[in-house]
Design a protein around this ligand. Structure first.
Ligand SMILES: [Zn+2]
Length: 407
């Protein structure tokens, strides 16, 4: 965010006032005042507001009061999600005007006197780096220290809230106000890129936990991951950090397949090289030395891909379907040949639990520890002012993860 001259002037004035012990000027700067570390908080915040389809406007709002249970966060960055792209193009939830961005992270610059711990029971201090998860305002019991809760898909999330008087409701901004009762995690021990990747990674931690319930996924399993967008690629990285080494990635894009190898795939198959499902199944089989897969993860949003993937799985094998975060239409399978006679164990996966969210922080540390190039998943970084370009790049699908990063 570029600081304009007037803001610089105000900040200098405030600092001078502090030094001379004259606090009279400070109230003119911001109702939020300054934080304990001494960083001046500007009088206004900037929020990328989606004001009409395919149009964000960066709006300026007064910095809100920080209540006793609230946290004011200076935003460092936020990933662009498929959900943001849906909103940008079609506004399916009729949220316009809306402040989007839910894969965000930043630094606590001010907090209310009642704020002491994060949702996992970890201390919170000024200067700590945080992420939000879901808000359970209707059930405050769910947030604190008990992460063993159900799938969190139905809850509210910053970046998909209706606009209100505060306006600082999404992470595509330079400041966000985390209201009391929200789920917030202290992730100060992760670098910025890792923090931006937490939310999509949590989706895969959950999917793999679902897969493990089948009892079929083992260290020496032959695993096929179909689809090498961000979700499929992260799936490979999660499997690799678990010690699963025999992974075949399937996609039609060679650059993505090459990256899949660097994230832990041992073999790749480009469906563009094979005519018809039988030939493709043969290629998958060849990749495992003449065996079908023990387990498959379906990571595309294409119903045909769901129908096809059964062919890649051995009798008694398992399948985790996680490609349909939203309705992508119907798929046709043959229940006898694809499921019953092969005795396939199928699990569906959607969103994550709070426990998965916390597990994700450790996954990201392990991935870094074994040298997986996770940060290269973020292929494009834009400043807040270029958010419209960022969304267009996301829609063009020329990159992997697109992120807004504040200077
Ligand atoms: Zn997301």
């Amino acid at each position: 965010m570029a600081v304009n001259e007037q803001e610089v002037e105000q900040i200098v004035k405030q600092i001078l006032n502090q030094i001379s012990g004259n606090s009279a000027g400070a109230s003119a700067v911001s109702p939020a005042g300054k934080n304990a570390v001494g960083t001046a908080i500007p009088a206004t915040a900037h929020v990328a507001m989606l004001t009409e389809l395919e149009k964000f406007e960066v709006k300026e709002y007064p910095m809100p009061q920080v209540g006793d249970d609230d946290i004011l966060v200076k935003v460092e960055g936020c990933g662009v999600c498929g959900t943001d792209a849906h909103e940008f193009k079609r506004d399916p939830f009729s949220l316009i005007p809306v402040a989007l961005g839910h894969e965000g992270t930043g630094e606590i610059v001010k907090m209310g006197k009642n704020v002491k711990k994060d949702s996992a029971g970890k201390d919170l201090h000024l200067g700590d780096k945080v992420v939000t998860c879901m808000i359970f305002q209707d059930d405050p019991e769910i947030t604190m220290y008990d992460l063993n809760k159900q799938n969190v898909g139905a809850a509210d999330v910053y970046g998909l809230l209706p606009d209100d008087d505060v306006h600082l409701n999404g992470w595509f901004s330079d400041y966000i106000l985390i209201r009391g009762g929200s789920t917030v995690f202290n992730v100060s021990d992760l670098d910025l890129d890792s923090r931006i990747l937490i939310e999509p990674c949590a989706v895969l931690i959950h999917a793999v936990e679902r897969a493990k319930t089948t009892g079929i996924l083992r260290f020496n399993s032959r695993v096929v991951v179909q689809g090498c967008g961000p979700i499929g690629l992260i799936c490979i990285a999660v499997l690799r950090t678990m010690g699963i080494e025999n992974i075949t990635a399937v996609d039609g894009n060679q650059a993505r397949l090459d990256f899949a190898k660097r994230l832990g795939a041992s073999q790749t198959v480009s469906f563009k090289d094979f005519q018809g499902l039988e030939a493709l199944t043969g290629a998958v089989k060849d990749s495992f030395g003449g065996h079908l897969a023990d387990f498959a993860f379906q990571c595309t949003g294409n119903p045909m891909a769901h129908a096809n993937i059964y062919k890649f799985i051995r009798n008694g094998g398992g399948l985790c379907e996680l490609g349909f975060f939203v309705n992508g239409g119907d798929a046709t399978i043959n229940p006898h040949f694809d499921m019953c006679s092969k005795e396939i164990t199928l699990v569906g996966s959607w969103v994550y639990t709070l426990r998965d969210y916390a597990t994700t922080f450790d996954f990201l540390k392990r991935a870094k520890g074994i040298g997986l190039p996770m940060s290269e998943l973020i292929t494009h970084k834009y400043p807040l002012e270029q958010i419209n370009e960022a969304l267009k790049t996301n829609l063009a699908m020329t990159g992997l993860k697109i992120a807004i990063v504040n200077q």
